[in-house]
Design a protein around this ligand. Structure first.
Ligand SMILES: Nc1ncnc2c1ncn2[C@@H]1O[C@H](COP(=O)(O)OP(=O)(O)O)[C@@H](O)[C@H]1O
Ligand SMILES: [Mg+2]
Length: 393
């Protein structure tokens, strides 16, 4: 099966929807290089809006050899110098010009030495070829110095109208009939992310010759049902493999799964020893999640999955034969999210009291609400403030 995102990816600059000005800037940058003000471009914006495919489309149209370096491959300073350094200096294999793409430099996040970004900067200074960098968030402090060497180009979310018309084109090319309303609904839930809109469209149209609004609505419910099935397998069965495989099809992330398991536990299990065993397993899983958040030890993820899902599953002696209707952990979920936010504010406030000569209480009331506002309107300034309060180095 070919992914439609791939099949319908832009082939030339004008195929890139909703980013005309951006592609024009990139075109000018690439064709005037090295007579340019900044020697690199930093394209930033949410996912699925045409950053990576825009760079490819441009290279394709201008017949440039695109050398892509995924930042997560570039583990440290030496690796960057080895890979990027040689790519930037060597002549192209086929004699045509090169365009270097460092995709998702935020992927360097969590890499322990900050040298990775520094090395990219060194390469920018010397590169014989234009460099385009992409990032989801260009305003994190880690990228502060890099920003000075780059022209920033913002890729905005794609307006719904444009997503809809793209979905229509694809439906027509694939011979799928559609209700307008169905496409509108798909576009609306994509939040400006064209990639996910196209992916959703492909999943939805599989085995259908017509797409109706009813299909799309049902589909939203199917997603919810997924998690209900998983809960049923956890509480009512003993098949650990099945539970783990099924959990792969559930889109909720693991910390949400923990909340679901927690919320519904006492409706399914009634014996004390079962309940206490299950809670212990959830607590263990949660400790692994904390370690992951703290140290980015992603390989712990599988432990958190096994401990929570299989742990709760095996806690019972016999399954509860009664039907239980599972509850959405709504209240828990929002408390959990707010608590996480408060905690972060508290930590920063404590640092800020020293810099801003004010109490934590005052800051919480008088400063953070405005800071939120500033962050929305002027992210660069907000980042500067944070940097002042909590220098990274
Ligand atoms: N602006 C766009 N114009 C046309 N297609 C797009 C656009 N943005 C995303 N797409 C579709 O989504 C896919 C992924 O987009 P991509 O450029 O990789 O997004 P990102 O901004 O995350 O780098 C593309 O291959 C294409 O099919
Ligand atoms: Mg990308």
């Amino acid at each position: 099966m070919e992914y439609w995102t791939h099949k319908y990816t832009p082939k030339k600059a004008t195929d890139v929807i909703g980013q005309f000005e951006n592609l024009k800037k990139m075109y000018i940058f690439v064709s005037q290089f090295p007579r340019v003000r900044k020697r690199a471009i930093l394209m930033h914006g949410g996912s699925g809006v045409g950053k990576t495919s825009g760079a490819y489309a441009l290279a394709n149209e201008l017949n440039l050899e695109l050398v892509e370096l995924n930042a997560s491959d570039l583990r440290n300073e030496q690796a960057v110098i080895d890979v990027l350094g040689s790519a930037a200096k060597q002549a192209s294999l086929f004699g045509n010009k090169k365009l270097i793409l460092v995709d998702e430099i935020d992927g360097m996040y969590g890499v322990k030495d900050r040298g990775g970004v520094g090395a990219v900067i060194d390469v920018i200074k010397e590169s014989k070829y234009p460099i385009i960098i992409t990032a989801n968030n260009a305003f994190q402090s880690k990228l502060k110095t890099l920003r000075k060497y780059c022209d920033l180009i913002e890729f905005k979310p794609i307006p719904d109208m444009m997503i809809i018309s793209r979905l229509k084109q694809i439906c027509e090319a694939e011979g799928i009939a559609y209700d307008e309303a169905a496409l509108r609904k798909l576009a609306g839930s994509a939040d400006g992310d064209l990639r996910s809109a196209i992916n959703d469209l492909q999943i939805m149209s599989e085995g259908r010759s017509k797409l109706t609004l009813e299909d799309i609505k049902l589909w939203g419910r199917e997603r919810e049902e997924n998690i209900m099935n998983l809960l049923k397998l956890v509480y009512k069965s003993f098949d650990a493999d099945l539970v783990l495989t099924t959990s792969n099809y559930v889109s909720d992330d693991i910390s949400n799964l923990l909340l679901w398991l927690d919320e519904n536990l006492e409706n399914e299990y009634s014996k004390k020893d079962e309940i206490s065993y299950a809670y212990n397993m959830l607590a263990e899983a949660d400790r692994f999640l904390a370690r992951i958040r703290l140290r980015q030890h992603w390989r712990f993820l599988i432990y958190a999955r096994i401990l929570s899902l299989v742990g709760v599953q095996q806690a019972k002696n016999t399954p509860n034969p009664k039907f239980v209707s599972y509850k959405y952990p709504g209240v828990l979920l929002s408390i959990f999210q707010r608590a996480a936010k408060r905690k972060k504010m508290q930590v920063i406030s404590e640092l800020a009291t020293q810099k801003l000569h004010s109490s934590v209480d005052r800051l919480t009331k008088d400063f953070w609400p405005y800071f939120d506002f500033i962050q929305q309107r002027n992210p660069e300034y907000a980042e500067g403030l944070l940097e002042y309060i909590e220098p990274v180095d």
